[in-house]
Write a protein that binds this ligand. Structure first.
Ligand SMILES: C[S@@+](CC[C@H](N)C(=O)[O-])C[C@H]1O[C@@H](n2cnc3c(N)ncnc32)[C@H](O)[C@@H]1O
Length: 546
């Protein structure tokens, strides 16, 4: 029965109930590593992973160590993932049958996040960060890349560690400080460490093996101050990337110099052979790459960044598209447009044309399912221009299923007033500008393009295309696959809009997540990736400044 709860670690080979009794008052390792008292039923599927496992079982908890395994309690519980036990708050980690927690619990314990297999130099940094030991951490951060190391199997970075240590169950693992009377002081110390890590080049959006950025951990644990620090770092980083974009790396002939430096380092450090730098902080510069770590390849954590695009415009514009019930998908099953966005399109129309008056001049970029164009068309505009690049969408527009074909173009109040411009906006828009076209409302919603394209559009073209009192809007899906990225991009885009001479007002809309909550289910059935995960949409309405 014991094996059923998973692989037992060395430490739990002694009688587990005794161990439990002895360790009460300290932080115990994860549930899967220990037998608690005499469980009547074990949950057979408990593993070390943090996925949600919900199963009812009964457990008796031993309170007083050897020989006194008195049942403390015996009742059915739901087990949610791998659990940490930290007496006396043990009940808060066990859920009664009647309670169904909304989120799968994550195992935030230090033993799980920084396992014994962690290479020593990385482990050292992570432990200092976890303990908020700034004095010991600072010298290590002088080594290049050291603020960016990640534990090879869990992906724990020093940022994750400093933040995660503030979890209520972990606070017992932290050294007491003179002023450590309340939780807030722990967070304050963590903030100092997080600040230092960012100043040393830590990456705000590195992902761990729970698919969490450090900011996601802060948000989950309700650590607002730490979350804000992560958002601010994200904004700084994204603004910097924005500045660097467009600059080319200058050719340099210092390749040899670089090699020389490497040699020099090796000499400085004495005879450092590959794999031998596992103990000293002095060798940390190469820690992440050089230390030979033997790990199960299936378990090896592959670091990546959150919020990166996974579709590119060139491939998208060449791919086949399928219009089906309520959605438009490309050949890789990426959702290009989906009917659940209709309420967002409606609210966008109302924000762009608040008086809903007829006779307005409208430009829409990206036809998709024609949802917003149908709404614009209902308003009997005096000019309605659509720009669309994908051949399959253009074919659809000209099919009998669409009301935007040649007949619609011919129905305009004047020649060329209603028009679908075929081609990429990057090619069409400069011509419209040249022709002196202007609009009361401009909406931008393309697919497969990165943020720089949107930025180029509103910086280089919107000021020339928009009437003085006109309004510009765009589908705000920037970073919408996680809250922190959405928060970062809201600030970044606001600054860039301001640079372009545009004011923005945000309107927050509720998104009904009932059919959007699970990957591959509900609205996402047949769609590769859930590109929207948030219950609030921030709708931007932009106007020309002053
Ligand atoms: C998300 S859909 C637009 C949905 C639309 N707002 C609606 O209400 O149905 C994006 C559209 O932009 C088009 N598109 C992508 N890149 C483009 C580009 N560079 N120029 C013009 N259209 C583009 C796509 O083919 C697609 O039809």
């Amino acid at each position: 029965m014991c094996e059923a709860i998973g692989k037992l670690h060395d430490r739990s080979t002694r009688s587990s109930s005794v161990k439990l009794g002895k360790q009460l008052g300290t932080n115990l390792a994860s549930w899967s590593n220990y037998r608690l008292g005499t469980p009547t039923h074990y949950a057979s599927t408990i593993t070390d992973s943090s996925v949600a496992i919900v199963q009812s079982f009964k457990v008796r908890l031993a309170r007083n160590g050897i020989g006194s395994a008195t049942p403390l309690t015996e009742r059915p519980y739901l087990v949610i993932g791998t659990l940490n036990f930290c007496y006396p708050t043990i009940d808060s980690y066990l859920y009664h049958d009647s309670e169904t927690p909304s989120m799968a619990a994550k195992d935030d314990s230090i033993d799980t996040r920084i396992p014994p297999t962690c290479p020593a130099p990385i482990s050292q940094i992570l432990h200092h960060a976890w303990r908020h030991d700034l004095a010991s951490l600072k010298p290590l951060l002088k080594e290049p890349e050291s603020a960016r190391v990640q534990e090879p199997t869990t992906g724990e970075s020093p940022l994750h560690a400093a933040i995660r240590a503030c979890a209520p169950a972990n606070q017992g693992t932290l050294p007491a400080a003179a002023d450590d009377d309340n939780d807030n002081n722990v967070e304050e110390r963590a903030k100092a460490v997080v600040h230092e890590l960012f100043m040393s080049g830590a990456i705000w959006n590195s992902l761990d093996n729970n698919d969490e950025t450090p900011g996601c951990v802060a948000a989950r644990l309700g650590l607002r101050g730490l979350y804000t620090l992560c958002v601010e770092a994200g904004v700084r980083a994204e603004l910097l990337f924005g500045l660097l974009d467009g600059y080319e790396e200058l050719e340099s002939d210092d390749g040899e110099e670089g090699e020389g430096e490497e040699d020099g380092n090796a000499q400085d450090g004495g005879e450092v052979k590959e794999g031998e730098n596992a103990n000293g902080s002095a060798e940390l510069g190469g820690a992440a790459e050089d230390v030979e770590v033997v790990v199960d390849s299936e378990q090896t954590f592959v670091p990546k960044r959150a919020g990166g695009p996974d579709v590119n415009s060139k491939d998208y514009l060449r791919s086949d598209l399928t219009y089906s019930d309520g959605k438009l998908v490309d050949s890789a099953q990426n959702g290009v447009m989906m009917a659940w966005e209709t309420s967002i399109m409606r609210a966008s129309v109302e924000a762009l044309l608040p008086d809903l008056q007829a006779g307005r001049r409208i430009l829409n970029i990206g036809f998709g399912m024609g949802i917003i164009d149908s709404m614009f068309a209902e308003m009997h505009p005096s000019k309605h221009h659509i720009i669309e690049a994908h051949p399959a969408v253009l074919e659809h527009i000209n099919s009998s299923d669409s009301k935007f074909g040649k007949e619609w173009e011919a129905s305009g109040p004047s020649d060329g007033a209603y028009k679908v411009h075929s081609g990429k906006w990057q090619e069409v828009v400069p011509k419209l500008l040249e022709q002196g076209e202007t609009y009361d409302a401009i909406y931008f919603d393309t697919f497969g393009e990165d943020y720089n394209q949107l930025r180029m559009f509103f910086t280089e073209y919107v000021p020339g295309l928009l009437e003085e009192q006109g309004r510009f809007g765009f589908f705000n899906g920037l970073g919408a696959d996680r809250k922190i990225c959405y928060d970062v991009y809201t600030q970044v885009v606001e600054m860039h809009l301001s640079d372009a001479g545009l004011d923005v007002e945000w309107q927050e809309l509720e998104v009904d997540m009932k059919d959007l909550a699970k990957e591959g289910e509900g609205e996402w059935e047949g769609v590769k990736r859930r590109y929207w995960t948030l219950d609030k949409y921030r709708l931007p309405t932009c106007t020309l400044m002053g």
